[in-house]
Design a protein around this ligand. Structure first.
Ligand code: C2E
Ligand code: MG
Ligand code: MG
Length: 567
């Protein structure tokens, strides 16, 4: 080699080393430039790299072939270098020359060997980085995963770039039903098409990640928020190539518009916010896309507060049973009561809506319900022992109990511990919406019935009531929700009133007792009487009462309907 050739060679070698030193910075163009200059010095016409994941793959010829440079004249093989990387990846580099150029001498071959080995080492290291990246940051279907999302938030946060971006967390609504209706394969197509639309709406710089199943998170520029939210609210998504077959897809979603100047400390600031909003969205039936704001912030604080205080409050007996009488419409006689939970904290009464939804997020609600049943049984036992009059008392059970296979035994254990005759206890359960819940509900209603305990459908008519629910399960009582009873200024000849009338007729025909909830006025009571609904519960008679006040009402036995109507 001439002196000039050697100098350029060393110069290129230096550039090559500096370009490949740090695998996190990949200057592909720079490397290609160095290689083509090298080819010029050594009269190389073509360079080809083969990559095999293992020696076995090499043997069977299953690998990748990359052409690093080619001027179209490489017809003679000049040299070949093979290395096996520590990861067992096999790399082979072959150089070709033109038959018209001078062949490489031994010195040139030795110098090229050094460069090629360095190049192959660099490629294998790069491959390894890519494989690690794939395994750690992507899921099987090629979506970036939650770790990718956290990393992106971290990078953007540290660079001060989160402001004016929107983060989102969403769950495809009832996707299992879609899968069931159109089949899993089509379901996959729907999910792919739908997420593709969302990814497009997020814009070039947006990122959509999959947390698993049908749960996703993403971050994108805030100017695209409306477009993304419109898709989350729902649209028909095609799943055949003619786009003629479509299903409606929508989501429940939590959205956080990150304000300009947002002070970043850690990724969980963003992630917790979208998760909280998404959780609220799942609970709401009318608004399934919820934006994170200060109200939600307070809610989150309240949730934590409830969770933290719950165990201690239970031990301190701060959860009390308040009793609301159930009254015979015709005579005013108290024929039963519903036990409703109140949390008494330093003389302040906290209503159930402030803590039950939080306890229902896990199984704490079941502990509370059993506690309430215990309190009610203890009161009934005392009334019996003191020779007081006793009525049947209903206790609310959350749907969270449905999966408990030993529920009946748990209930009976409590009732029998206080030696309370079963006819004094009634269990209120709300309607269910899914097949699985329906099966569990049947098992529980049957079991309670066999144990001689009354069972009632609570809030009938409020959810998606099904006549099947009434037909197939052996209920004793139907509690008709207050939305079926007309308010005083409403026409009592409307559709709701007519439905009320017929629901009562039907229930009585099949032997169910009927109670109307939420009766607040004399006019509403008259409406019940006119439509032959026998029992009423509501503020017109009394709000849920502390146990002492309720005992006074029990001693009285009967409301004076005439006097009430004059108030
Ligand atoms: P629910 O079982 O349907 O109870 C009836 C609710 O209607 C009670 O609300 C009661 O105070 C209210 N109410 C009664 N009469 C009237 C009226 O004339 N007008 C109006 N506007 N409302 C009336 P409360 O006590 O706030 O309870 C709300 C819900 O919380 C209950 O609805 C029940 O689903 C749940 N809950 C209460 N205690 C428990 C419990 O111990 N366990 C479980 N799992 N849930 C409970
Ligand atoms: Mg109830
Ligand atoms: Mg109710």
């Amino acid at each position: 080699m001439t002196k000039e050739q050697l100098e350029s060679y060393y110069g290129l070698l230096e550039r090559f080393v500096s370009l490949t030193n740090d695998p996190s910075i990949l200057d592909r163009d720079g490397i290609v430039r160095v290689l083509s200059e090298l080819c010029g010095i050594f009269r190389i016409a073509k360079g080809v790299t083969e990559i095999y994941l293992s020696p076995a793959h090499e043997k069977s010829g299953e690998g990748e072939i990359l052409c690093d440079c080619d001027n179209g004249h490489g017809d003679v093989m000049a040299m070949r270098v093979r290395i096996v990387a520590p990861s067992m990846v096999v790399l082979i580099h072959t150089l070709y020359q033109s038959s018209e150029s001078e062949p490489l001498d031994d010195e040139e071959k030795a110098r090229l060997d050094v460069v090629i080995r360095a190049l192959l080492g660099f490629i294998s290291r790069n491959r390894l980085v890519a494989v690690v990246e794939r395994l750690g940051f992507y899921d099987d279907s090629g979506f970036p995963n939650m770790r990718s999302f956290t990393r992106r938030i971290q990078q953007m946060g540290l660079a001060g770039e989160l402001g004016e971006h929107t983060a989102v967390c969403f769950n495809l609504y009832h996707f299992s039903v879609i899968n069931r209706d159109i089949g899993r394969e089509n379901g996959d197509v729907v999910m792919k098409n739908y997420t593709e639309m969302i990814r497009k709406a997020m814009g070039e710089n947006g990122m959509l990640c999959r947390m698993g199943g049908d749960n996703f998170v993403g971050i994108f520029e805030s100017q695209n928020t409306d477009a993304v939210v419109a898709l989350l609210r729902g649209l028909p998504v095609p799943y055949d190539k003619y786009k003629s077959k479509r299903v409606m897809v929508s989501c429940s979603a939590g959205v956080f518009k990150i304000p300009f100047g947002f002070e970043f400390t850690r990724p969980s600031q963003v992630i917790d916010s979208i998760f909280t909003a998404a959780r609220v969205a799942r609970m709401l039936s009318d608004e399934r896309v919820v934006f994170y704001d200060d109200t939600l912030m307070q809610m989150k604080d309240k949730d934590m507060w409830v969770r933290r205080l719950f165990p201690g409050a239970l031990d301190n007996e701060e959860f009390k049973a308040f009793y609301q009488p159930k009254v015979d419409v015709e005579t005013g006689r108290i024929v039963g009561a519903e036990a409703l939970c109140r949390w008494i904290q330093h003389d302040k009464i906290i209503p159930p809506m402030d803590f039950i939804p939080v306890l229902e997020q896990n199984t704490d609600i079941c502990i509370l319900d059993f506690h309430m049943l215990g309190v009610v049984c203890r009161d009934i036992r005392r009334w019996i022992d003191e020779g007081k009059s006793v009525v049947r008392v209903s206790v609310n059970l959350s749907r969270k109990h449905l999966v408990d296979v030993d529920l009946i035994r748990h209930i009976l254990d409590i009732i029998d511990r206080y030696n309370v005759p079963h006819e004094f206890i009634e269990i209120e359960l709300t309607e269910t919406t899914t097949d699985v819940e329906f099966r569990d509900l049947r098992r529980i209603v049957d079991g309670l019935q066999k144990a001689g305990i009354c069972v009632s459908v609570d809030d009938f008519g409020m959810g998606y009531s099904s006549l099947n629910l009434i037909r197939e399960l052996p209920w004793n009582v139907l509690k008709i929700d207050k939305c079926f009873v007309p308010l005083d200024d409403e026409n009592d000849d409307g559709v709701t009133s007519k439905m009320f009338k017929h629901v009562v007729r039907m229930a009585q025909d099949i032997g169910l007792e009927c109670i109307a909830e939420g009766i607040e006025t004399g006019k509403q009571l008259e409406f019940l009487e006119k439509n032959h609904c026998d029992i009423a519960q509501g503020f017109y008679f009394d709000k849920p009462l502390p146990v002492n006040d309720f005992e006074d009402r029990l001693a009285m036995g009967c409301y004076d309907l005439k006097k009430l109507s004059q108030n």
